[in-house]
Ligand binder design. Structure first.
Ligand code: DX5
Ligand code: ZN
Length: 231
């Protein structure tokens, strides 16, 4: 594959897996070709839902060698960065709308040796994170309102995916543009065509049909979509 081809990665979100059989879900996704796992940490303040903390991340870390992408939907990501890094997070994704200072949080996550992701909610413009684009490994564009899996994809966010991709290209950055929420074989192609390279998929992986088949369908959609990308 020529080096100019973007690396397209599928990251199943464990929020949609059966928490009583997480080990099985991890094995099935890994065997089915997942590239990373996405773990949605929710504190009941930044979002209305509560999910899990570092102890569960550590349990997942013990069961896979794939990268762990931690989506911190919490008010104070800086305060918890060290704990989530110690639990095994490879990328710590925090929200620009959180209470933590972005400069300090980026510095701290890098100091801890993890990649930085910067996330924006559907109603936050790309301009809110543009100034940090040269210092991050990922920009995450949310395509649902954060808090719950299984919501409907919001196509209005796609221009932000393209804006992020263009900005990163102009910087010569290999950072990912991640899309999160409502990604299915029917929506993943449009996200790839807009310039996304990292696809978070929850329900479309863990509900309805074998995990490996679901991942195959998603892989076909992102490959097809990225071939149409005009950036
Ligand atoms: C929503 C989370 C998403 C969610 C994705 O707040 O950030 O990662 O789990 O689930 P699906 O793919 O089902 O929308
Ligand atoms: Zn997420």
């Amino acid at each position: 594959m020529p080096s100019t081809e973007p690396r397209l990665r599928l990251a199943p979100s464990l929020l949609s897996a059966d928490f009583g059989a997480l080990g099985d879900a991890i094995r099935a996704a890994e065997a089915g070709g997942a590239d990373a796992f996405h773990l949605d940490v929710m504190d009941g303040h930044f979002v209305p839902n509560i999910s899990f903390g570092p102890a569960l991340v550590a349990a997942v870390r013990a069961r896979t060698r794939l990268p762990l992408d931690l989506h911190l939907m919490i008010e104070e990501p800086l305060r918890y960065a060290e704990a989530f890094r110690a639990a095994g997070g490879d990328t710590l994704v925090f929200h620009i709308e959180s209470h933590s200072d972005p400069e300090a949080t980026i510095r701290e996550v890098h100091r801890l040796g993890a990649g930085v992701g910067l996330a924006i909610r559907p109603d936050t413009p790309f301009s809110a994170v543009e100034a940090f684009a040269d210092r991050v490994e990922q920009i995450l564009v949310m395509s649902v309102h954060p808090g719950f899996s299984g919501q409907k994809f919001l196509p209005d966010v796609l221009p932000k995916v393209s804006a992020a991709r263009r900005r990163l290209s102009s910087l010569g950055s290999a950072a990912d543009v991640s899309i999160d929420g409502g990604i299915t074989p029917a929506t993943a192609g449009a996200a790839a065509a807009a310039g996304a390279t990292f696809f978070v998929c929850g329900n479309s992986v863990f509900t309805g049909g074998p995990v490996a088949d679901n991942l195959r369908g998603l892989r076909a959609a992102v490959t097809e979509g990225s071939a149409r990308a005009v950036l």
